[in-house]
Design a protein around this ligand. Sequence first.
Ligand code: 48F
Length: 256
Amino acid sequence: METIISRNIIDSFVSKLTSCLEVDVAIVGAGPSGLICAYDLAKAGRKVAVFERKVSPGGGIWGGAMLFTDLVVQEQAVSILDEFEIDHSEMHDGIVTADSIEVASALIYRASHAGAKIFSGVTVEDVIFKENRVAGVVINWSPVLDEGLHVDPLVVQAKCVLDATGHDAQLTEQVAAKAGIRLETETGGVMGERPMWATEGERSTVENSAEVYAGLYVSGMAANGVYGAFRMGPIFGGMFLSGRKVAKLMLEALDN
Ligand code: 48F
């Protein structure tokens, strides 16, 4: 029995990973924007793999604000909470409150159930860069990288790659530096996140969700980090709408 258990797990995981060697979209980071994007793409029938450095997908949702495990969502994005069947308070001052643990688990469940494959404990350490285009991701086990072990990675080919890595926009920063490319930003590089201004940060995270270089898209806080926009704290509607916008852009690109 012991080896039967192991064989089932090994066979199932290897077949899942093998089925994701070539995908339509590779999403880097399973925070709110990455998960909504994964859900929309999978629901539209696209092959999508999400790589999350930590063991638990969900990014900054779980912690709410200063470990008060609630978050707020503004009017424009409340329909997404309803679509995911997430309970929330009545609207006051244009916002509702929801339990961050319910939000995180609902987004993870709905993205996976729609068909997105989520690989946790996996860090994207680089991208495939061919003919002036980002063409996939280079992955390794997070503990391998954390321990500084000299272990070569594996690769996943993707038609589109999404940097949903959060505040530091770490993937785009690295690609720009290593490939020596000019991004579609004012300076041509990653401009860096600005201090807190909730309404402006929320507005711009959606506006900034875009293709920043051929094959490379940004969403959520990574989008604001790349385009030098404000942070916004524990209000999440912009993250949801950002993931939805970038999914739409990628679907249009994939259809062409
Ligand atoms: O930061 P994060 O939650 O992404 P987001 O979608 O949402 C931001 C909000 O949570 C919050 C906020 C609210 O308004 O400001 O901060 O922009 O999640 C990013 C995820 O990416 C993972 C990281 O562990 C986190 O779960 N990540 C970062 N770098 C890598 C990565 C990497 N190189 N490879 C894989 N995962």
